[in-house]
Structure formats: C-alpha cells, structure tokens
Design a binder for this molecule. Structure first.
Ligand code: Z5A
Length: 212
C-alpha cells in the first residue's frame, strides 16, 4: 500500500511575528510524536538564485523590482521537485514564508497589482494550511528594532500587512489567523492543534495547485 502523504503547512506573518520560532517548535513537536516532519524556508538563500536574493535583501546589490519578484518565485519553483518528493514520502513540510509573502511584499511597492504578482506562483504545490501570525506593529516593536535588511521599515511593513489582508479574503486557500501576541508556548499549542488536524485530513487528499 502506498504511504500516506505529508501535509504542506505554511507560516506567514509580519516581521518579528515569530514565524521561525514557531516553525522550529512545530517540526520538533511533530518529530517527537513520531510524525516525519522537516522545515523549509523561503527565500532559500542556499541556492544560486537564493544567493542573488540574499545579496539584494542585504543591500549588497540592486535588482529591478520585477526581476527580483521573479527570482523569489523561481526560488520556490526550483524546490518544487523536492517538496513533492518529501510529501509523497509521507514527510510533513513546515514552511517559513511562501508565495503569499512574495505577493504581499512586491504588491506593496508602487505600480504592482496583486494579480500580476500572483501569476508566477500559479500552480505551485498548494498548502494544506496557511497560518497567518497576527501581531500589531506596537507589539512587534517590543520584540526589538527593525534589522538592516531591505523592507525592514514600519511604513513598508504596514503596506505589506494590508496586502496580506487582501490575500486572506481568498477562500480557495485554507487561511487560519493565529494570535501571535501570546507567549511562545501558547502560540505553539494553537499551531500544533491546527497542524495535527490538517495532517490527518491531508493524508487522504490529493495535493492541490495554488491559485488554479
Ligand atoms: N520576501 C519577499 O520579498 N518575497 C518573497 O517571495 C519572500 C520573502 C519569500 C526574508 O526575510 C525577507 O524576504 C522578508 C520578506 C521578503 N523581508 N522582510 N521584512 P527572512 O525570512 O530572512 O526573515 P524574516 O521572515 O523577516 O524574519 P522575521 O519576520 O524578522 O522574524 P520571524 O521569523 O517572524 O520571527 P522570529 O525570528 O521567530 O522571532 C523574532 C523575535 O521575537 C525573536 O527575538 C524571538 O525570540 C521573539 N519572539 C518570537 N515569538 C515570541 C513571542 N510569542 N513572544 C515574545 N517574543 C517572541
């Protein structure tokens, strides 16, 4: 009998919402309960495309806005064979940012429509669950200053948040909003419960195609 597939679970959210902290804790909890799970993150800065993106984010290079948008998308597409293989093998993937960040960040720039920004990511493996870690700008500020990377300003992050809110109106995607202002443990408990439900239902369903 073929093994049951793993679930594709994505964490999205504003800067400092705790995405990386929670992805790591979720993978650890799943593994400890005997469920195969691995973490991925986008951008994946380890690939050749990822290195171009990393230099751009670190302001070591400049790239035209359409070009960098397409590179972020290409960075996801280059990992699709691996994503599909892992899911088929029964491994649940917990992903720190995905196409939704891609669309929210570029469409927050002047002259970019949501529609244009979504196009390159149409057909990517569709997440079974996307959890949006909600945190107000004042609460995020308590977690430290913005870093030095591109996009790390409060004005831009506010515009990004509005774009995420537009994306969350799409009922074809399984969005769940998580209150990220709680303690690390309370947020984790919420995320773990949602994820276990999703893993159970996803194993009997075919992997979908995003925005198709
Ligand atoms: N980008 C794009 O433009 N297009 C794309 O297609 C994609 C991304 C995929 C990548 O940044 C940048 O690329 C990002 C979007 C853009 N730009 N911005 N801004 P990244 O992925 O390398 O880094 P990041 O996503 O910006 O990380 P982050 O948002 O700053 O952090 P986080 O992962 O959400 O949070 P954290 O690192 O887990 O926690 C932050 C701090 O808060 C840390 O000190 C924790 O200990 C603390 N923390 C976490 N949870 C709590 C709770 N519950 N209470 C108190 N303190 C907490």
């Amino acid at each position: 009998m073929a093994c049951k597939r793993g679930a594709l679970i994505v964490l999205e959210g504003v800067d400092k919402a705790g995405k990386t902290t929670q992805c790591k804790k979720l993978v650890q909890a799943l593994q400890q309960s005997g469920r195969p799970a691995e973490m991925m993150r986008f951008p994946d800065r380890t690939t050749t495309i990822g290195q171009l993106i990393s230099a751009y984010l670190e302001k070591k290079s400049d790239l035209e806005d359409h070009t960098v948008h397409l590179l972020f998308s290409a960075n996801r597409w280059e990992l699709v064979p691996l994503i599909k293989k892992k899911l088929e093998q029964g491994t649940t993937l917990v992903v720190d940012r995905y196409a939704f960040s891609g669309v929210a960040f570029t469409s927050a720039k002047p002259g970019f429509s949501l529609d244009w920004c979504m196009k390159p990511d149409v057909g990517l493996p569709k997440p079974d669950l996307v959890m949006f870690l909600q945190l107000s700008p004042s609460e995020a500020a308590l977690r430290g200053q913005f870093g030095e990377e591109r996009y790390e300003t409060s004005v831009f992050q506010k515009a990004v948040q509005q774009k995420f809110e537009q994306l969350m109106k799409d009922r074809t995607v399984n969005w769940q909003v998580i209150d990220a202002s709680q303690s690390v443990e309370d947020v984790h408990e919420n995320i773990r419960t949602q994820s276990l439900n999703t893993i159970n239902t996803a194993q009997n369903q075919q992997l979908g195609e995003l925005w198709k």
